[in-house]
Design a protein around this ligand. Structure first.
Ligand code: ZN
Ligand code: ZN
Length: 611
């Protein structure tokens, strides 16, 4: 590391002999040519400046020195930076930019970045320039400050930076961070000149927004003009993970190996994304291959594998990897590691292990549990009928339970076979509906399932009416299946697919054969309001995964597993249905629902009916 004393005499010498202008030149040299200066060193230099050019009337050269000082201290010590700024007689735009940057990078004072920007706008004779906006917008993006960011956007245009590539890249990033994909897209589309960063920003924005297929389309559009770098490839891999598009993901993997020069640090990042992508696409084998091929791994590499095994219900592998990571590799687990371990326990109903790992996390690794950890443990207990213990933890948690926790408690109570506790369920549903500011439709759907399980169809009808009165709709079920590299998407009750007729006819055939095997529909799963119109019965056969599976069987080559991705949790009836299909049609079906993977084979599922 370069130090001041390596490039210049120590301060004590400076303050004694040669003439003053000589000192200043030296100071200037240090400030201009040694990029890494520590705060104590800056303070020494500051003291020298004060000694050689005493306030209150600093020369322009001193002002320049201060501005350099400001620049070096800005990312290191906010309080000190402010002190220097206050000593600059007439700060110029560069000084203001530096202060904006200091605030934008600070931990707790990002908000101030915008007020300094306002101060700059109010200064007679000073104008923002192209480097001003990236810092202001960065702070706005971080704070989700949509209004302030929009004002900054207006100033970008007003001050003639509408075509500036830096300003526009920052605007794309800002709008994307605030979830405004259309605005991000508008900025991008209007850019007269784009850099690789512009493309990376918009592709990343689309991935963050869940518009994965659009992200891949933009990537294809970008390729003739720019060679992708590590950032691009990472977004592409994430898009494939989001789509569950295994063959496209493999293509991205091959592309990385063939085309991208990636440095060692970035290599870990990209490989970690590849592991995550393969796990999300249901190929643990490929994920492991990437993992074992890594020359260096960080905690995220281990976490990616642990989460991957967890979501596939392979708890033993999770425990094995955890031990290997902690005992053999001596890597400190982090909160995400425990999300993986606890959700593995949850997916397999391992209550003892769940309690044990929660305890290890808190007492051995001193990790403060967050809502997600509590959520896993509470869900695990509740699903195993230990509702009392789960509620006890809820009451002792340092934070308020969120809707996910209430939902899982409610869900568990209505799943309990036999002794359904109707009044407890109603109580929880009430909590869920009042807790959530804009009570989501899911609370109503769950409560309607409670009533359906108790055969209280009157109440089911009442809840449906309430929902439609409130204008609540359920998130529509959507499943996709990849056939020969193309992803086909189906919504519940969908008839828009070009081969819809063929699919429905085949579904009839499937149902006939299943009935022959003794399949009976489970009506308690029926009241999923907008998945079907006529109440119980008919709606079930319209669930989106059935369309995707039917299409998959029709179009896949025999012997190749059918991979289905569903946005919601698979219902009990579709789960039964799929198990039977795997047996009767002798086909392996890998299904990723909102929570986990199910591998259906020979009439049973890898989740062992626990999900
Ligand atoms: Zn279903
Ligand atoms: Zn299953």
């Amino acid at each position: 590391m370069a130090t001041v004393s390596a490039t210049a005499p120590p301060p004590a010498e400076v303050s004694t002999s040669p003439p003053r202008h000589h000192h200043r030149r030296r100071i200037l040299h240090i400030l201009t040519h040694s990029p890494i200066v520590s705060v104590p060193q800056l303070k020494q230099i500051h003291a020298q400046i004060l000694r050689t050019a005493p306030a209150p009337h600093p020369t322009s050269e001193t002002a320049f020195l201060y501005t350099r000082l400001l620049h070096y201290s800005s990312l290191k010590d906010l309080v000190y930076t402010l002190r220097i700024f206050s000593q600059i007689p007439d700060p110029n735009t560069f000084a203001y930019n530096t202060l904006i940057r200091a605030y934008a990078h600070s931990k707790d004072h990002k908000k101030e970045a915008f007020s300094i920007f306002r101060q700059l706008l109010n200064q007679e004779g000073l104008f923002p320039e192209k480097y001003t906006f990236p810092f202001v917008l960065k702070a706005c993006a971080y704070l989700f400050a949509l209004d302030e960011g929009k004002q900054a956007h207006a100033h970008v245009l007003k001050h003639g930076f509408g075509s500036n590539v830096y300003a526009n890249n920052s605007l794309i990033h800002f709008y994307a961070s605030c979830g405004q994909s259309e605005s991000a897209r508008k900025v991008f589309d209007k850019m007269p000149e784009r850099s690789l960063v512009s493309w990376n920003s918009i592709i990343d924005a689309l991935v963050q927004m869940g518009e994965f297929d659009e992200a891949l389309r933009m990537f294809v559009e970008m390729k003739p003009s720019f060679d992708p770098d590590g950032y691009t490839v990472q977004s592409v891999i994430d898009a494939c993970a989001g789509l569950g598009a295994l063959s496209m993901g493999m293509w991205a993997h091959a592309y990385v190996l063939r085309n991208c020069e990636i440095d060692a640090n970035f290599d870990i990042l990209v490989k970690n994304s590849l592991i995550e992508m393969y796990c999300k696409c249901g190929s643990l084998r490929m994920a492991l291959q990437v993992f074992h091929g890594m020359s260096k791994r960080d905690v995220n590499s281990w976490n990616a594998m642990i989460l991957g095994f967890a979501v596939h219900g392979e708890a033993e592998r999770v425990f094995e990897f955890f031990d290997q990571m902690v005992i053999e590799e001596r890597i400190q687990p982090n909160p995400i590691t425990f999300v993986g371990v606890l959700s593995a326990c949850n997916h397999r109903g391992l209550v003892e292990e769940g309690r044990k790992y929660f305890d290890i996390m808190v007492n051995k690794f001193k990790i403060e549990p967050v809502l997600q950890h509590y959520g896993c443990l509470i869900d695990l207990l509740a699903r195993n009928g230990l509702i009392e213990e789960a509620l006890d933890i809820v009451s002792k948690m340092p934070m308020k339970p969120d809707d996910v926790i209430w939902r899982s408690l409610l869900d568990s109570t209505c799943r309990q076979s036999g002794g359904l506790n109707l009044s407890l369920s109603e109580e929880m549903a009430r909590r869920l509906m009042t807790d959530e500011a804009n009570a989501s439709s899911e609370a109503y759907v769950l409560l309607s399932r409670v009533y359906a399980s108790a055969n209280r169809w009157n109440e089911v009808g009442l809840i449906r009416k309430l929902m439609s009165d409130k204008g609540l709709t359920k998130e529509p079920g959507c499943s996709s299946v990849e056939i020969n590299g193309t992803v086909h998407e189906f919504f519940a009750g969908d008839s828009t697919h070009p081969q819809a007729k063929e699919i429905y006819q085949f579904l009839d055939v499937i149902e006939e054969r299943l009935k022959g095997e003794g399949y009976i529909q489970d009506f308690t799963q029926a009241p999923l309001v907008d998945e079907g119109e006529d109440g119980k019965g008919n709606s079930l056969r319209l669930h989106s995964e059935r369309l995707a599976i039917a299409f998959g069987i029709l179009k896949s080559k025999p012997g190749i597993p059918i991979r289905v991705f569903k946005n919601l949790r698979v219902c009990g009836d579709c789960h039964n249905f799929t198990k039977l299909i795997s047996k009767i049609f002798n086909v392996e079906i890998v299904m990723r629902d909102r929570l986990r993977f199910h591998r259906f084979k020979d009439g049973s599922c890898s989740c062992m009916d626990f999900w």
